[in-house]
Design a protein around this ligand. Structure first.
Ligand code: ATP
Ligand code: MG
Ligand code: MG
Length: 552
């Protein structure tokens, strides 16, 4: 078989296994920082890391990468645990917190000082930045760079003890101020920050920087393949520099892959937090959000998201994936799994004049046209029905195959009806009721006289249907790449949510379990909202329409 770009990480691992690079082990990790909810980009990383562990009979850790106290919280930890589990992955007893390594990380830093590879610097952040130089110009060394080991050890322990104000001292790796890679110009590895940590409270006033904490956390957990996104490519030399100096054997190896970018949305916690905080959406689990919590509530299944991740593959170059590919995966999954039902979103009352008053028939309808094993339900039919307002036209053309003067149409799972007359609101002129006649011979058969009835429409029985609220969702943004815009919130789609509060669903949906998914015939796939559904009034979220209405 020809290797494809999509499995280059797997190829690296296969090669490492062949050369026995990590003693034949494969250990990966998914390391979210608990400073926000997981989004679709994280799903790609979760599928990749857990997927590789499974493929190579290795392990995958779930690590809360919580070394920066600002913005981290237990609420986020809980959401992360819930979401990874929901997506279908199991870390067994391999749940870790980087904050559990604070003491060990401190010892590692001390070790680096003893080696002469780190020093305490008294420059402030601006001064450090100003001396870092640029791509075209080497940096200038800190005047504190050549402090003795003893002095550095003393100062570092006093940093920990809280003797110095925030921002006045840092610990820096002593690497190379002339390196062409700016990351290597004596990076800061510890800083003073008096901020309560959600797990260690005020125990620490110094916190390790990501570049220092991450590689060593990997090493402490015995990770072999540390997979991260491309932005960290320049940080890899630093990753290796630290690990080579502090870890004697079983050194982890960083590999970068392209992050997921999805059109018409944003995949960055910082931006998603802004949407929540500024009230542009109704919380992290708003069904329009690209968060796992939002997509779950919308009705996307874990399998659909996993399929999408496998469909897009893993590449080495950044690209933009069209949102319609995700919707395609969602549709494919639901087409197989969702029972069919009927609901009318914009109701128009229809009276069947020749159907006896008080009579009720029940039709036995298959829940899925291709899957008899999904069973059937009883669908009541009576004299007064609701149909979709859109399925009627007062002045239809000859090509219109739904209801209107002179028209006949089949009611899905039921009879053929013919238009008789209409009733208008006297004040507005709006058509508020239709009168029709039904052809009793057409229940499971075409008209006996051979006339053709082309259109089929959905309906519910007025007496038996359940009032429901339906929420229709559209793209959250109205431009493909909102993340690139200065003020991305200006490009929010004002029509991303439409609430229809007077809809009618067939009787069988009365007790739709929160979270259950259906295909409402001709309308799309819908999911009973987990939060807002009430016993007497379910709320349905439209997961996705039946077809891609955005396709050209
Ligand atoms: P954000 O940019 O949204 O804040 P992050 O990378 O800071 O994301 P972390 O919680 O640190 O968020 O990420 C956990 C893991 O998820 C990392 O290994 C990261 O590489 C991966 N990840 C985050 N965003 C994406 C994405 N868009 N595509 C693929 N992987 C991602
Ligand atoms: Mg992060
Ligand atoms: Mg981030």
């Amino acid at each position: 078989t020809t290797p494809t770009a999509s499995d280059f990480v797997a190829q690296i691992i296969e090669n490492d296994l062949r050369t026995n690079k990590h003693e034949g082990r494969v250990a990966t990790r998914f390391p979210p920082e608990p400073n926000g909810y997981l989004h679709m980009g994280h799903a790609k990383s979760i599928c990749l890391n857990f997927g590789l562990a499974k493929k190579f009979q290795g392990s995958c850790n779930l690590r809360l990468d919580d070394t920066d106290p600002v913005g981290e919280s237990m609420e986020y930890v809980e959401s992360i645990i819930r979401d990874v589990r929901w997506l279908g992955f199991d870390w067994g007893d391999r749940l870790f917190y980087s904050s559990d390594y604070f003491e060990k990380l401190y010892s590692f830093a001390t070790e680096l000082i003893k080696q002469g590879n780190a020093y305490v610097c008294d420059l402030n952040a601006d001064e450090v930045r100003e001396r870092r130089g640029s791509f075209s110009e080497p940096g200038r060394e800190s005047p504190y760079r050549n402090r003795s080991v003893e002095e550095n050890l003393d100062l570092f322990s006093r940093m920990r003890a809280g003797e110095f104000a925030d921002g006045t001292h840092t610990l820096r790796a002593k690497i190379d101020m002339a390196s062409p890679n700016l990351v290597m110009r004596d990076p800061v590895i510890y800083r003073i920050k008096r901020e309560l940590h959600y797990r260690t409270a005020d125990k620490w006033v110094i916190y390790p920087m990501y570049d220092f904490a991450h590689c060593l956390s990997d090493a402490l957990e015995g990770i072999t393949h540390s997979i991260c996104t491309l932005e960290f490519e320049n940080n890899r030399p630093l990753y290796d520099w630290i690990v080579e100096r502090l870890i004697a054997r079983n050194r982890p190896q960083q590999t970068e892959f392209a992050r997921l970018n999805l059109s018409y949305t944003v995949l960055s916690k910082r931006k998603l937090i802004q949407l929540v905080k500024e009230g542009h959406v109704r919380g992290w689990d708003d069904p329009r959000m690209p968060t796992l919590a939002g997509m779950r509530r919308r009705g996307f299944s874990p399998a659909a998201i996993r399929n999408f991740c496998s469909e897009i593959g893993v590449a080495k170059n950044d690209n933009l994936i069209d949102l319609s590919l995700l919707e395609h995966c969602v549709r494919e999954d639901l087409n197989d799994s969702a029972p069919r039902a009927m609901a009318v979103l914009r109701p128009l009352r229809v009276v069947i004049d020749n159907y006896p008053e008080g009579q009720v028939e029940e039709f036995d309808c298959a829940n899925h046209p291709q899957k008899p094993e999904m069973g059937s339900r009883a669908l009541p039919f009576s004299r007064v029905l609701y149909i979709e307002r859109d399925d009627f036209m007062e002045n239809p053309s000859s090509k219109y195959h739904r209801l209107g003067p002179g028209k006949e149409v089949r009611l899905r799972n039921s009879y053929v009806i013919a238009f008789a007359s209409m009733v208008k609101d006297e004040a507005t002129g709006e058509v508020i009721e239709l009168h029709c006649t039904y052809d009793p011979e057409t229940r499971d058969a075409p008209p006996a006289d051979g006339r053709k009835v082309k259109g089929v429409i959905h309906w519910v029985s007025a007496e038996h249907c359940v009032p429901v609220e339906v929420r229709l969702y559209d793209r959250l943004f109205n431009i493909p790449e909102p993340a690139g815009e200065e003020d991305f919130t200006r490009h929010l789609n004002p029509e991303s949510l439409e609430v229809l509060s007077t809809c009618y669903a067939e009787a069988s949906l009365k007790n739709a379990a929160p979270g259950s998914r259906y295909q409402f015939e001709r309308l799309g796939y819908f999911c009973a909202d987990e939060k807002d559904s009430q016993a007497d009034k379910p709320v349905f979220n439209r997961i996705v329409a039946l077809r891609d209405s955005w396709a050209k």
